[in-house]
Design a protein around this ligand. Structure first.
Ligand SMILES: [Zn+2]
Length: 542
């Protein structure tokens, strides 16, 4: 017996000895072991835990070691002394679809440390992903499928419930999008939210089967907030699937403070087991086209038709007589809070960044509504608007809710973006880290990072991103907590983030000492329904 044990110990020792030789053979002098080593930083791992000192080793796109490391093992060494090292930021609500194809460097986002954008309120994904992969992107991209786009494909613009056969067709198209790799069903912003519950629930159930979630704009973020919130909760109730609400808020001066009741209501449904979460952008203004100022019957019309009818006196008067028009204008900040961002006609350029009230004065018009109609007709488009309509206190209150993540509702753009767009595309994440963490102490740094990393990763059910963890993809941000900030303002929005010297995407350095390297290591992040429900576990496939 004793002999057996001794022999066992000897064999174990010789195995260890052999292992030692093998690992010694891999050591430096004969070559470096890691692609990148990040040393001397304070690590915030994304979980919400306090920072700790550690080095990070990256190889073949993944984090392979976190701990004490000798820098000489790295082909590239980044000294992060005085810096915070965190996971790349994940943005659950963006409009990066077309901008990523136009400029794959996706600078306004990646310069803030964003390494994954969720895009898409479209109906087909395959072609988009192919184009994206061909052009390359400096960040990872995941996509949603839009029930409204699917409805347009199947039913067109008719405002009527879909037939049983049409609902079947919708379900098929949703299933196809999920198998092409969509991560969720994402409802676009339409006044009044979904009208036909049967078809929305039918489509949502398909997404639930594929492990996706229901991402939703509430159909009213002002007076109708309660009914619209109930519609979202109903989806959670009837499908059992996670529901994620985009940019939760209650807008309009008359409604300041009411967002507390909305949060309370969601807390109550969470307490009875419904998986409802939300996101938020850290600004008191929103951005979307002036279309949303109009009564829902106008919003539902084909754009061209609505614009051409706006020339008619009777059509204008009908709009002005509709209580929804007054209500929506007020919820958007009133004529003194609604700004035009971009105009195409040279004569109208002077109005960029101005409120409709200011424009009406410049045009010597007494009724700002007429100014609004005239300019839409003149431009041949529903002008894009920034709307100053929230309270700063409400923004801070929502930011402290544990299940609310940070998302921009912006796009990955560059400095050539015209006009005076909302600064959120350039500043969302760094604004939270600078203004709300460092200056106003609304959040701890660790909690702010959690809300941009592991929390959105959990909504996406990602198993290999959103944390700094061995075996995870090396999406890494190195920022200076003392200087990180958002120079982008409403008056001068086209300014990149400050205080983010290094960003790595899938282990490749994209922002290097504050400069974009031109590298495009981004991958398409597919939902777990890719190629059939349950066939493949959630993960990243390039
Ligand atoms: Zn949105």
């Amino acid at each position: 017996m004793r002999k057996g044990i001794t022999a066992g110990i000897w064999s174990l020792m010789s195995t260890l000895f052999l292992l030692q030789i093998t690992s010694a053979a891999e050591r430096p002098n004969r070559g470096v072991s890691y692609d990148v080593v990040i040393t001397n930083g304070k690590v915030i791992d994304g979980s919400g835990n306090p920072w700790f000192h550690a080095d990070l080793a990256i190889k073949s796109g993944k984090i392979v070691k976190i701990g004490k490391l000798d820098p000489k093992f790295g082909k590239r060494v980044i000294d992060a002394k005085g810096m915070t090292v965190s996971p790349g930021f994940i943005d659950l609500h963006t409009h990066t679809d077309l901008p990523a194809l136009a400029d794959g460097n996706v600078e306004s986002k990646v310069r803030q440390g964003v390494t994954l954008d969720v895009i898409g309120e479209s109906s087909t994904l395959d072609g988009y992903f192919r184009r994206l992969n061909k052009k390359g992107s400096s960040m990872n991209i995941a996509s949603s499928v839009s029930p409204q786009q699917i409805r347009k494909v199947v039913v067109g613009f008719d405002d009527r419930p879909a037939s049983a056969a049409e609902i079947e067709k919708m379900k098929q198209l949703v299933a196809q999008a999920m198998e092409e790799g969509a991560v969720n069903l994402s409802t676009a912003f339409t006044g009044g939210g979904y009208k036909y519950a049967d078809e929305m629930i039918a489509m949502a159930k398909v997404v639930a089967k594929y492990g996706g979630y229901y991402g939703t704009h509430l159909g009213g973020e002002g007076e109708q907030i309660n009914e619209e919130l109930d519609k979202a909760i109903r989806i959670a109730e009837e499908t059992g699937m996670p529901v994620h609400i985009y940019h939760i808020k209650v807008r309009g001066k008359n409604n300041f403070g009411k967002v507390k009741d909305v949060i309370k209501k969601i807390e109550a449904v969470r307490a009875r087991g419904l998986d409802v979460t939300a996101n938020q952008y850290p600004y008191t203004a929103m951005q979307h086209p002036w279309t949303r100022l109009f009564p829902t019957w106008v919003q539902g019309m084909p754009r061209k038709e609505a614009i051409s009818k706006l020339k008619d006196r009777a059509f204008r008067d009908k709009i002005k007589a509709d209580h929804e028009f007054a209500e929506y204008v007020s919820e958007h900040g009133g004529w003194e809070g609604i700004v035009g961002t971009v105009f195409t006609k040279p004569a109208n350029k002077q109005f960029e960044g101005k409120t409709i009230l200011e424009m009406s004065k410049l045009r010597n018009q007494s009724d700002p509504a007429e100014t609004c109609f005239d300019l839409i007709v003149d431009e041949g488009a529903f002008i894009n608007g920034v709307h100053h309509t929230m309270s700063e206190d409400d923004v801070k209150f929502v930011m402290q809710v544990p299940w609310v993540s940070i998302a921009s509702d912006g796009s990955a753009v560059n400095l050539k973006e015209p006009g005076k767009p909302h600064p959120r595309s350039y500043g969302t994440n760094v604004r939270v880290l600078g203004k709300y963490v460092r200056e106003e102490k609304v959040l701890t740094l660790e909690d702010a990072v959690r809300k941009m990393t592991s929390l959105p990763a959990q909504t996406l059910r990602l198993k290999d991103r959103g944390l700094l963890k061995e075996g995870y993809w090396a999406d890494v941000v190195i920022f200076d907590p003392a200087t990180v900030s958002d120079p982008a303002t409403y008056e001068n929005p086209q300014q990149y983030a400050k205080g983010v010297p290094f960003v790595l995407v899938n282990g490749t350095v994209v922002i290097d000492n504050g400069n974009h390297t031109g590298a495009r290591p981004g991958k398409v992040i597919y939902g777990q329904g890719k190629n059939g429900a349950g066939k493949q576990s959630r993960g990243s496939v390039s």
